[in-house]
Design a protein around this ligand. Structure first.
Ligand code: MLT
Ligand code: ZN
Length: 461
């Protein structure tokens, strides 16, 4: 390692691991978008809060940008390092620091994978409810950076609801302890919530205190086949009215096609255009009867063509695989991802308009729809054909995103429901946030990161 700046960092923090290998730069410089060519200066793997502070102060001294990095499963380019940045990987800071049975909190380092935090909660007889398919590889720090949502938001809310406190090393290297695990705290601005969803642009999350809850009730999983799109929200209403829903997810026949090609099992003899996976509590006989009543009401109305209910944990997992396997099954097509949301009440109109819009705009691409329909969150994935270059493909998709952004502005929706803005959606931030709001966000960033070194170019320029 000959770069004198890196030598200075090594001297300031002898135990900080530094990597400059091209393979490491490639590995740590990208996320799941795979759209940008990684080109970081180096990778630093701190083992302590103090080492993070040293790295941030060093970055200010040398004018080097920092990219905080968790599991890099992000889908918006928020963890991409393509401009000579120092990647600060939190993967060594991956421990549970404390469990408090009375407060029902788990204090963790940011690099802990979501699944490890879930398991730690379970070992104490409690439950950390944020959950999604990348649970094994994403990290709590990354979840906080994007206010990650997932498949149980309908019942438990986003990551934001479960962060009782966090510690942040700001862009100048100060350590802030935010909210300290309090439930009630009416003492001025809640800076914790500013950090959540800030995508590493205000500082580095170095510790988080997670709120835990009671384990969920026994549940059943049901897969429903729908004959048309316009019944989707009616089916949702019928189930929500009768049941305590833990999840309500939807996907199209194209999504099913790709998941089956990836090894999942065909659920029905016949192919239907739309599917729903729903999970709901079955604590007692009344709830079981309510589930059947919801299903029968949908069948009678012609809203559902077929259905299957899980009879075992293994079958529940099999049904979930049809939904949770979608992202992985599409990865080889380098999908252009849209992650949009509107209020549930306007979802029927938004869905109708979006379907018409995309039907005209993407005639030649395979477009795969799925998502957390019960939260008003739709994932529209456009798959790149092999014979279209990356640049042409993204260019064409961006034209459509402009139309989608205009529709979102009309319905007061969001261009990013849960993946974050990162690099992918920053050109569309104004469809969701007013110019005045963005100006305030810039002002906040200037206070916490006056030299603009924290994940620059992400969220806004
Ligand atoms: C999902 O809902 O499966 C995740 O947001 C990932 C994705 O959209 O691909
Ligand atoms: Zn999602």
């Amino acid at each position: 390692m000959t770069d004198p700046r890196l030598e200075a960092l090594r001297q300031a923090a002898p135990d900080l691991r530094l990597k400059t290998d091209p393979a490491d730069c490639e590995h740590y410089g990208r996320d799941w978008t795979r759209r940008w060519t990684p080109a970081p200066l180096a990778i630093a793997l701190p083992g302590s809060v103090e080492e993070v502070q040293i790295a941030v102060r060093w970055a200010n001294e040398h004018g080097i940008a920092l990219v905080p990095s968790g599991g890099r499963t992000g889908l918006s380019g928020g963890a991409v390092a393509a401009n000579g940045e120092l990647v600060l990987s939190l993967e060594r800071m991956n421990r549970v620091l404390d469990f408090n049975a009375i407060d029902r909190t788990l204090t963790v380092q940011p690099g802990i994978p979501l699944e490890a935090a879930q398991n730690a909660a379970r070992e104490h007889g409690l439950f950390y409810p944020v959950d999604f398919a990348a649970r094994g590889s994403c990290s709590i720090g990354g979840n906080i950076a994007t206010n990650a949502g997932g498949i149980r938001v309908i019942r438990y809310g986003n990551t934001r609801e479960w962060i009782a406190g966090l510690k942040l090393v700001t862009g100048t290297g100060e350590l802030l302890e935010l909210n300290r695990g309090l439930i009630k705290n009416s003492s001025g601005y809640d800076l914790r919530h500013l950090v959540i969803a800030s995508e590493g642009t205000l500082g580095v999350v170095v510790e988080a205190t997670l709120r835990l809850t009671d384990p969920p009730p026994p549940t059943n999983v049901m897969l429903l086949a729908l004959p048309s799109f316009d019944v989707l929200m009616k089916v949702f209403a019928a189930f929500r009215e009768r049941l305590q829903l833990e999840a309500f997810e939807f996907f199209t026949d194209r999504a099913l096609h790709h998941v089956l090609a990836h090894g999942a099992q065909q659920p029905f003899d016949q192919v239907y255009p739309y599917y729903v996976v729903t999970e709901f509590a079955i604590g007692d006989e009344a709830q079981e009867a309510a589930a059947m009543a919801a299903f029968e009401a949908c069948m009678e109305n012609g809203w559902v063509g077929d259905g299957v209910i899980s009879q075992s944990d293994a079958q529940a997992a099999q049904l979930w695989r049809l939904r949770e396997g979608i992202t992985e099954s599409l990865a080889r097509y380098k999908p252009y991802k849209n992650d949009v949301s509107v209020r549930i009440s306007v979802m029927p109109m938004f869905l109708e308009e979006t379907q018409a819009l995309l039907g005209q705009a993407y005639p030649q691409f395979d477009v795969v729809w799925f998502g957390h329909i019960g939260d008003g969150n739709l994932h529209i994935n456009v798959l790149k054909p092999d014979d279209v270059s990356d640049a042409d493909f993204v260019g064409q998709c961006e034209q459509v995103t402009k139309l989608l952004a205009a529709s979102l502005a009309k319905y007061q929706g969001s261009i990013s429901a849960e993946h974050g803005i990162g690099l992918v959606k920053k050109g569309y931030l104004e469809s969701t946030r007013s110019a005045e709001e963005i100006a305030v966000m810039r002002g906040i960033k200037r206070v916490l990161d006056p030299n603009g070194l924290m994940n620059p170019g992400k969220v806004f320029d």
